[in-house]
Structures are given as structure tokens and as C-alpha cells.
Design a protein. Structure first.
Length: 450
């Protein structure tokens, strides 16, 4: 069934920087007969000779939230309304925003070429398999390793890890040279090549092809530009789960202060991770659990904390080798420093500084519904402290008339044995037993079904 067409839709017209020359006859006719024209100051100036004299103009610069109201008012007054957008309004443009706040039937979208398509055409780069990323957002400053998801370059840093080709819409702050410095900071300076297209379709158009990130980082570019990135060598394909202990640097001389492979695998399984999970790793040690969690949660983020300076440095080096951008590590003693972290879907506690009961209570207060807490212990004392804290939390929840099953917990003991050579044969050598104390914060609907 075809949707009923609106008799007076708002026309959303894609425009390029050669102005009238970029418009079809249909788009130009709508523009010349429009009673209300909405667009950015630069686009309005570019086409100012095409508006009819009595047309009402609205500059949307800094007033995006007002645009749906302007469109709605024009349509209610039966006025012809046009919104001017750059390139393709449906590619990181204004059209999806208008559709969300008005309705699809209220819009007639007349797309143009994207500036990204033009840039690819200029250098002959096939773009059908490329990932498009926009960094046209708030200026969050230069990229630093471990930057959180709120950083304006975070989506790009994530995409760089798994994509062969990227097309990047930039902004005056998040410029090509800043993008190049991100690549260098993440150790990808030799992995990618860059091209920058400046002032497309203008007299000042300029192409910079086959730039290395080191070259681009020291250059300055025109404010109007797009960036193309392509890999020179494939990304390393590491396992998502179950790396051997030898893959991680560990503390010397007492090598082996690490969550062992077998315990690590079961702990991650009990965390019930999802692609977009927010994970806390408290007492990160070598970082093995948090780093493997980051591989499993490609659209999520891991926040890790370690109080020992030497271990923090080791975890940082392991992070650098892991090739991950969704992992933030800080030096500190939990629960201090957790207040600024987003509420978690999963929490792993591999160590505490003597405040275990307080730490458990703090985590349970912040754990999202459906979230999981997993703790590893090798001493009876910590096991007793943890189970007592969870029992008290369960009792307190019940006394507050919370839904039954809101908090559940259990204990699992793991003891693995590994083969060791002895003469021309092999024997089994037992690892230390480890207790996994696991808690689950049920969703309200889960609790009702218990």
C-alpha cells in the first residue's frame, strides 16, 4: 500500500558548493517558487539570487531545534517551504531529524551527490564497501588513548579498528590534522593512508592524495573538507576470547599475577556480555579480563581501574598491544573514581584494597537491571566477606518489599590442572582453586516471572 502523498510537502533539497549548477530543473523550480526558505547562512548566500523577493528566509545556524516549528508553521499557512541541505540530506544530514519531528509524508527529499562521493570520484576510490563516519560534532579536544564514548572522535577511533575504508565528514575543530594525530596516538600511523579533499566544486578546490598520517598531522587544511582513509595492511585478527596467559605482560619477578585463561573464560561467560555492554573492571591487574571484555563488546566500553602503579603501567602496555579503542584505564583505588563512570551492565572485581564490602554495596547500587557482577577470590576471608555482603543486600531488598528475585547470587569454585612435561612423559599440575562469586540484578519483568 503506497502512502498518501502530502499536497504541500516541505522540499528538502541537497545543494553543493557550485550552487545553481548542482540543482536539477525540478529542484530549482521549487526553490524559485518557495515562500519560506530555510538553510545555513553560507547556502542561503550562495543561492540568494534565486529566491523570489517576498520569500521569508530562516538561517538554521545554531537553531536546529527551531526548524521543525518553522516548517510546521509554513505548512499550516499553506506556504511553499524549502529546506536547503548540503549534498545528500539523508547522509548525516537534516532529513532524518525532520522526519523524526514531523513525519515522512510531510517531506519531499531531493538528494544531491554527497561530498564524500565527489571526493571518492576525484581520486578514483570505490566507496560501496566504505564505512561513513561523521565527526561533525562538539569539539572535545585532541584525542587521547582511552578517551570515553563522549569524545567527538570516539566513533572514528572505533571504526578504524575494523574497517578497510572510511569516509569521514569533518568539522572545523575535528580537522584532518587532528584525525591524523588520532591515528598516530592509536599506533595506526603505518596502517592507514589518507586523502583530503578541500573546497570541492569551488575555485579553491584542492586535493591531497596519498598522505601519511605523520604528514597530515603537521599540515593545516581549509575548513571545508572531507577525509578518505584506507588501510595499507590488514587489521590483526586476534581471538575475541581465550587468549593464552603468555599473550599478556605480567608483573615481574612474581610472574603469574593474572586471571588465568580458564578462570578468565568462565568469568567472562558469567558476566553475560552483550555487544553494547558498559563494563567495569575493578582491580584490573594486567588488564586481561577487561581487554577481552572490550573485544566482546565492540559497541560498548570498558572502564578499568588499578591502584598499583606498576600493574597500571603493565595494563597500559597490554592495552597498547591489544588494538582496542573502547577501553579506558585509570590509576586509583576503588570505590574512589567510580562516581564519574556510567552505570554498568557488567562488573568484574579481580581485587580490592580492603574495602570489599563497601565496594560490593556501591556496585549493587549502580548495577543496571539485568546486570551481572562477577568476583574472583583465592582467600577464604574475601569469600566470606563477599557472600556476607550479598546476603545482607538480598535481605535488605526483601525487607524493602522489593520484587522477589531482584538480586540473586551464587558461588562457583574452579580448579584447573595443566599438563607439565616430566622426563619423556607428562603429569598434571593443579592450579590454585578460585572462587567465582556471581550476582545478578534481575529486570523487573524477570522478577515477576520467578
Amino acid at each position: 500500500m503506497n502512502p498518501v502523498k502530502d499536497p504541500n510537502p516541505c522540499r528538502v533539497i541537497g545543494v553543493l558548493d557550485d550552487g545553481v549548477a548542482s540543482l536539477s530543473a525540478t529542484a530549482l523550480a521549487h526553490l524559485r517558487t518557495a515562500d519560506v526558505v530555510i538553510g545555513g547562512a553560507r547556502t542561503l548566500a550562495l543561492l540568494r539570487h534565486e529566491f523570489k523577493p517576498q520569500a521569508r528566509l530562516h538561517d538554521l545556524g545554531g537553531q536546529l531545534k527551531a526548524v521543525p516549528g518553522w516548517v510546521r508553521a509554513a505548512r499550516e499557512a499553506h506556504l511553499a517551504c524549502v529546506v536547503l541541505a548540503t549534498g545528500d540530506p539523508l547522509c548525516h544530514g537534516i532529513a532524518p531529524y525532520l522526519a523524526q519531528h514531523l513525519c515522512v509524508q510531510a517531506l519531499d527529499i531531493l538528494p544531491n551527490l554527497s561530498t564524500l562521493q565527489l571526493a571518492c570520484a576525484r581520486i578514483g576510490l570505490a566507496w560501496q564497501e566504505a564505512r561513513i563516519v561523521s565527526v561533525h560534532g562538539t569539539d572535545a579536544g585532541e584525542w587521547a588513548v582511552g578517551s570515553p564514548p563522549g569524545h567527538g572522535l570516539y566513533a572514528l577511533a572505533q571504526a578504524l579498528r575494523g574497517e578497510r575504508r572510511l569516509l569521514v565528514l569533518t568539522s572545523p575543530a575535528n580537522s584532518p590534522d587532528r584525525i591524523a594525530r588520532l591515528l598516530l596516538a592509536e599506533g595506526l600511523g603505518d596502517d592507514y593512508q589518507m586523502a583530503v579533499a578541500e573546497n570541492l566544486l569551488q575555485a579553491e578546490e584542492r586535493l591531497h592524495t596519498e598522505l601519511s598520517p605523520a604528514q597530515a598531522a603537521a599540515m593545516r587544511f581549509a575548513e571545508l573538507n572531507v577525509v578518505l582513509l584506507w588501510r595499507l595492511r590488514p587489521a590483526p585478527q586476534l581471538p575475541c576470547l581465550g587468549l593464552p596467559d603468555s599473550a599478556y605482560e605480567q608483573r615481574q619477578p612474581d610472574k603469574g599475577l593474572i586471571t588465568k585463561q580458564e578462570v578468565r573464560a568462565v568469568s567472562l561467560a558469567r558476566l553475560q556480555l552483550r555487544p553494547a555492554s558498559v563494563v567495569w573492571d575493578i582491580g584490573a591487574g594486567s588488564g586481561s579480563v577487561g581487554l577481552e571484555a572490550a573485544r566482546l563488546c565492540r559497541r560498548g566500553h570498558v572502564w578499568a581501574i588499578e591502584k598499583n602503579e606498576a600493574d597500571h603501567a603493565i595494563a597500559s602496555r597490554n592495552h597498547a598491544r591489544a588494538g582496542l579503542s573502547n577501553y579506558s584505564l585509570q590509576l586509583g583505588r576503588a570505590p574512589e573514581g567510580l562516581g564519574d563512570w556510567p552505570d554498568p551492565d557488567a562488573v568484574f572485581i579481580g581485587g580490592s584494597g580492603g574495602e570489599l564490602a563497601e565496594l560490593i554495596n556501591r556496585v549493587l547500587q549502580r548495577l543496571r537491571p539485568g546486570g551481572h557482577l562477577v568476583m574472583n577470590f583465592v582467600t577464604l576471608e574475601n569469600l566470606a566477606t563477599a557472600t556476607a555482603a550479598l546476603q545482607a543486600a538480598s535481605t535488605q531488598a526483601a525487607s524493602a518489599q522489593a520484587a522477589p528475585g531482584t538480586l540473586g547470587w551464587d558461588v562457583l569454585q574452579i580448579q584447573a590442572a595443566r599438563s607439565k612435561p616430566i622426563l619423556h612423559m607428562h603429569r598434571m599440575a593443579a592450579e590454585n582453586p578460585v572462587w567465582l562469586v556471581c550476582a545478578h540484578r534481575a529486570h523487573p519483568e524477570e522478577a515477576l516471572n520467578d
